[in-house]
Design a protein around this ligand. Structure first.
Ligand SMILES: CC(C)(COP(=O)(O)OP(=O)(O)OC[C@H]1O[C@@H](n2cnc3c(N)ncnc32)[C@H](O)[C@@H]1OP(=O)(O)O)[C@@H](O)C(=O)NCCC(=O)NCCS
Length: 203
């Protein structure tokens, strides 16, 4: 998600989350080329041109939807460690005959004739050097907390490859609810909803 004024950053004990800017592009080109990072997000390493296109989609979603992943910076040394945020995602309103409901991590990627529902996706991706230190859980907690406090979302989903044990483990910590399979990039992914409904209603 982008951050509504006057919020400029989200801060946790070890991390700062802020909007990506042009200075971040090379970092994301590098981590998206790592096959271990890319395995469950794009299936195969992303060539630089694809990350450049993705980066433009992120900037567009900041501008048009006030949504999009944030760069995650480690406070102790200012290093970029990954990204986490709410993407301007969408799903089919209904599954096509004989198929799975499709999901797009950028709403603008849905075909023009698709009947879609906007459904923000809470996602996280970190450079391999920084895995296993609790950063994804810490960043996801900050994003989820911000989304809860804003109270502007009826639902938030995460779509996760069924073999992505690390990502499933992060989501499970927050009590996400499995709601079924969706087709992401031509493969079945598990769709989970975050427990926003547990919030007290705004008077
Ligand atoms: C998934 C990912 C974001 C996790 O980041 P991370 O900073 O290492 O996550 P955390 O350290 O906060 O927590 C990971 C948890 O998963 C567990 N875990 C890691 N790999 C696991 C696996 N293969 N199976 C089961 N659990 C696993 C860890 O033990 C940890 O649990 P714990 O806190 O109870 O010990 C990171 O591996 C990543 O960026 N992967 C590539 C991109 C990606 O797949 N993103 C998710 C797309 S849905």
């Amino acid at each position: 998600m982008t951050l509504l004024a006057p919020t400029e950053v989200l801060e946790t004990a070890r991390l700062v989350l802020r909007r990506m800017d042009a200075s971040d592009l090379d970092y994301f080109i590098a981590i998206h080329q790592d096959p271990d990072v890319a395995r469950y997000i794009s299936g195969k390493p992303r060539p630089p041109a694809e990350t450049e296109k993705w980066f433009q989609d992120v900037q567009d979603s900041y501008a048009h939807a006030s949504l999009g992943p944030l760069a995650v910076i480690r406070k102790s040394d200012g290093a970029r460690v990954g990204r986490c945020g709410l993407s301007d995602a969408a799903i089919d309103r209904a599954a096509p005959p004989g198929g799975l409901q499709r999901a797009w991590l950028f709403r603008t990627h849905a075909p023009a004739d698709a009947q879609i529902q906007s459904l923000p996706e809470l996602g996280y991706t970190f450079g391999k050097a920084h895995w296993g230190q609790g950063y994804a859980s810490e960043a996801a907690r900050a994003v989820f907390g911000y989304a809860q406090a804003q109270r502007e979302f009826a639902e938030i989903m995460s779509v996760i490859h069924p073999d992505n044990g690390g990502s499933l483990a992060v989501a499970a910590k927050f009590g996400v609810r499995y709601v079924g399979e969706v087709d992401v990039i031509g493969q079945p992914y598990k769709r989970f909803h975050w427990p926003l409904a547990a919030l007290p209603k705004v008077p």
